[in-house]
Design a binder for this molecule. Sequence first.
Ligand code: DC
Length: 258
Amino acid sequence: MPSKKIVIAIDGYSSCGKSTIAKALAAKLSYGYVDTGAMYRAVTLFFLQKNIFHSEKGLKHLDHEFLEEIMDHISIFFHYNPAVGFGEIYLNGKNVENEIRQMMVSDYVSAVSAIKEVRIKMVDLQQKMGLQRGIVMDGRDIGTTVFPDAELKLFMQADPEVRAVRRFDEMQSKGIAVTLDEVRNNIQSRDYEDTHRKESPLTQASDAIVLDNTFLTPAEQLEQAYALAISIIQPEEKKTQNGSDGSEKKTADLSAKN
Ligand code: DC
């Protein structure tokens, strides 16, 4: 197993399969995995529990002091669950892994994640989680803001309709009542809000490698990402394992999508 520990930042639009690849890559490298979207979702759930919204999905006016104080009442951590193979998220000591995936949270999360005080606290937590490196972190601003020095940055893309159908299927399989139209609209509005907000908008880092998985299976996608990671972690090992011809071609194909 590779010994050098690096940070792998995976950014991209909603429902691009970031967490699927991030989880699988972390497991294959024996790295930690952090789903930063889950952290913003957990903060949103807390805001919902405290009734900090107008009914029409807007935020009430919140002043800086109030926000700083409320953020001090939020504790978020991940606890590894061997039954699922990744760290599940806890909000103030309670496992909220399923609750944060509800449509209600999805509807409000872009507004909450645009708040400066929320981002400051989450980015600080995320940087602490990656201090020892050896981590795969997915989100919107990992390669640009949280770990601009990440050794490997991937920017995930997929066709919007493919993303909507994938997310719809996933929610259905979890028994969440939702229509494809609702999922499609939610993804469209989150794409817009995530790329247009003032604080750390979603952008592709200049040194990120684009992975478009519209026509890739999760296994094919993992193979590409793993090859890239190994080429950084142990370039010599990669050559001896795969043969220099094959590995050089794979990297060149991926770089060409940049
Ligand atoms: O990855 P996700 O769809 O679960 O993320 C939920 C929301 O959180 C997303 O719409 C934008 C926000 N987010 C963010 O602003 N920054 C991150 N690093 C991760 C997520």
